[in-house]
Ligand binder design. Structure first.
Ligand SMILES: *Cc1c(COP(=O)(O)O)cnc(C)c1O
Length: 398
């Protein structure tokens, strides 16, 4: 984490250097793509000896990885000061599933924020329920009040901050303190902030989850996930993941490592452009609220100011009244915003979102339909002109 003089490295330096151990790179700048299923041994004795070892970070069989995956996993561990290790998954959702399964057993209870990513909710109400694990949803703004929801059966609390679609910023330190007092494991979906804007492990989180598909990859062309574990949590995560047969393709891992090298500069621009556009939207009469953690409209804005080192490029805005058709008129005519799921790539996206469909214990009122924007790396002036025309179409259709 520090340079040779003991000075802490800056974010851009860290993402450039992380994971580039000589054993993984062989001296090549980027660790090459090592593709493998079979690894050959010199003798039966050699084969037997390999089987008895801890196979993590040693060539053993393709499913256990190669230096291509280890380099990326090491890099993600290095970006989380205090972490013990990282395991990679073929998607963000696979990472969330493995992290939860590494902690929970039948009879246990899980607490999930009402603002969680919808597939995470579905895991609670689907697979986990089928396994005899109960899920209780909680208000993401609950803070220290979470203590009242913790029972003797509660084994894990998942956090997602800010929340999907509506961007509530959670009081992570308060929830972590309540969890630690009762020996409950905490998991954080940290995809929005990344370790650069919110170092989760040093905030006391036990398992920090990333949909690497978003900012790590950064180019909308690879699905990948990761879980980075605090000391004492990695062995169980790794064993569970091996038992589930989780492995990522070397090519996809290599693309993610390539994406990572520019993440600090990309995030800087996503942050600046998204803030410019969010502040502009705030001045428009067609807009009732801008749900961006760095703006006061957003629940948990004060917590954001206290805990985060920056903001990324994804946020929502609430229209001032208007119908589904008027919202579609806004989105359909946009030139620079694609209409599609996911985010974190270099290109801008706009999505109609209806959080009410995915909430069970919080029912915040909104003034009108909501649009979620992913602000890409285009010139913000072009994006603002595009949105201004969109708001005119919205007004005309309203
Ligand atoms: C996209 C996303 C995921 C899932 O990642 P995939 O790689 O698409 O499976 C998880 N959490 C959040 C907050 C996301 O936005």
């Amino acid at each position: 984490m520090n340079d040779k003089t003991g000075r802490p490295k800056g974010d851009a330096t860290r993402v450039v250097t992380a994971g580039r151990r000589k054993e993984w790179t062989q001296g090549i700048v980027s660790a090459p793509v090592w593709r493998a299923s079979t690894i050959l041994y010199d003798s039966v004795a050699d084969l037997r000896a390999a089987g008895g070892r801890d196979t993590h970070h040693r060539l053993f069989y393709g499913r256990k990885g190669t230096p291509t995956q280890w380099s990326l996993a090491d890099a993600l561990t290095e970006l989380e000061p205090g972490a013990e290790g990282t395991f990679l998954y073929p998607s963000g959702v696979a990472a969330i599933a493995a992290a939860l399964l590494s902690v929970l057993s039948p009879g246990d209870e899980l607490l999930l924020p009402d603002s969680a990513y919808d597939p995470t909710r579905s895991m609670g109400t689907g697979l986990l329920k089928r396994m005899g694990i109960a899920t209780r949803f909680y208000d993401p703004m609950i803070g220290a009040g979470i203590a009242e929801l913790i029972s003797d059966k509660t084994r894990a609390i998942l956090l997602e901050s800010p929340g999907s679609l509506t961007f509530e910023v959670q009081d992570v330190p308060a929830i972590v303190a309540a969890a630690k007092a009762r020996g409950v494991t905490t998991l954080l979906d940290n995809t929005w902030a990344t370790p650069l804007f919110f170092p989760a492990i040093s905030h006391g989180i036990d398992l920090a989850i990333l949909a690497c598909t978003k900012y790590i990859v950064g180019h909308s062309d690879v699905m990948l996930g990761s879980v980075t574990a605090a000391p004492g949590h990695f062995a169980r995560l790794r064993d569970t993941s091996f038992q589930l047969g989780q492995v990522t393709s070397p090519d996809d891992s290599w693309l993610a490592s390539r994406g990572l090298r520019t993440m600090a500069v990309r995030l800087k621009q996503h942050q600046a452009s998204a803030l410019e556009i969010a502040h502009w939207l705030k001045t428009q009469p067609e807009v009732a609220a801008v749900l961006h953690p760095a703006l006061p409209d957003c629940p948990g804005h004060e917590t954001f100011l206290r805990d985060f080192k920056g903001s990324s490029g994804l946020f929502s805005f609430v229209l001032n009244g208007g119908s589904e058709t008027a919202r579609a008129a806004l989105i359909d005519g946009l030139e620079h915003f694609g209409i599609g799921y996911s985010w974190g790539g270099f290109e801008s996206l706009a999505l109609p979102v209806d959080p009410q469909r995915y909430r069970s214990v919080t029912n915040r009122p909104y003034a009108g339909p909501i649009v979620r924007l992913q602000i890409g790396l285009e010139d913000p002036a072009d994006l603002i002109a595009d949105l201004a025309a969109g708001l005119e179409r919205f007004s005309a259709a309203r």
